[in-house]
Design a binder for this molecule. Sequence first.
Ligand SMILES: Nc1nc2c(ncn2[C@@H]2O[C@H](COP(=O)(O)OP(=O)(O)OP(=O)(O)O)[C@@H](O)[C@H]2O)c(=O)[nH]1
Ligand SMILES: [Mg+2]
Ligand SMILES: [Zn+2]
Length: 342
Amino acid sequence: MKGQILKIHSDFYYVKFADNAEVFECKIREVLKKQKQKVLVGDFVECTDINLNKKTAVIEKIFSRTNFLTRPSVANVEQVIIISSIKEPDLDFEQLNRYISLAKYHKIKAKLCFNKNDLSEDDSIIEKIFGIYEPLGFEIVFTSALEKLGIEDFTEILGSKMTVFCGNSGVGKSSLINSIAPNLNIKTKEVSEKTSRGTHTTRHCEIIEIKRGKKFIKIIDTPGFSNLKFDFLLPNQIDELFDEIKKHKSGCKFKDCLHIHEEDCNVLANLSEIDISRYRSYLSFVQEAKEFKEKIKRQGTKKETSQKQGLNKQVAKISTRKRQSARNTLRQNIYKDFESVE
Ligand SMILES: Nc1nc2c(ncn2[C@@H]2O[C@H](COP(=O)(O)OP(=O)(O)OP(=O)(O)O)[C@@H](O)[C@H]2O)c(=O)[nH]1
Ligand SMILES: [Mg+2]
Ligand SMILES: [Zn+2]
């Protein structure tokens, strides 16, 4: 029977075989465990050994995915809603751009929600948000989960798509789900607790089913991720993740131009068209990718030095192999996500 994984807790996989059906607690066949591909929330699976009384089954097969994200680890999503809070925690544009770029990297459509609108009396922030993100083609909504404002707009952008919520801890992802489906009573941070970094209320990704008319919509609530980095791409791949930079890059003199201080750079020539905070985020991500590239290079040279110093031929042989493996790691890191998507 074909079902979908709603959540994963240690060795148990919770599967539904139909909307609004009961949840089955499943184990997974040992052979599947040994495969490199990780099983994700959102994966469609084929189950056998179904026990209708105990509500248990065994996962035999994972169907191929239409797409997936790695942080949060979820598969088969149709859109991402990136949730930020205007205050508490303060709006973090770089983090927002990070989520946008990650969605772009995974080729998943992103929409933007700015929550805790009740805490801000400053309209200039709203203007700033529209000024930057509307020209880039994003759908934008402002909400207050607390005062139930903008919830209709929010429901509208959700549509009936399988949506994953992304955003830092404490921005109100779970609260927003509660505001559209109060009967679910999803755990959110106590109001008295101060939102501080590193404390997550939601600890696992989970698909939540919400009844809308006769239909069910699916949302994946996720924990916030604050340590996302572009440490899996090469510096000259970052511009692909910024539409407004990518647009100008074909006019650059050098093919591998990083648009920082290169000669005859068409992006720099058009910098006045690009929002400065977006460009700064671009520079930060390029820096992260550079550090990653350096690390990989160092792994290579370290082996090279030991190869030079060591007279023992066998040591040299091992080093060469390791160097190759460092290169392979780089290549794998870059392509592994693309490969799995295909
Ligand atoms: N003032 C105000 N507070 C809100 C709003 N939405 C959520 N909160 C509060 O913000 C805190 C964090 O909300 P959560 O829904 O737990 O945040 P989360 O994004 O799910 O956080 P994690 O699960 O840790 O990733 C709670 O104390 C909420 O009551 C809002 O619109 N306005
Ligand atoms: Mg939460
Ligand atoms: Zn350039």
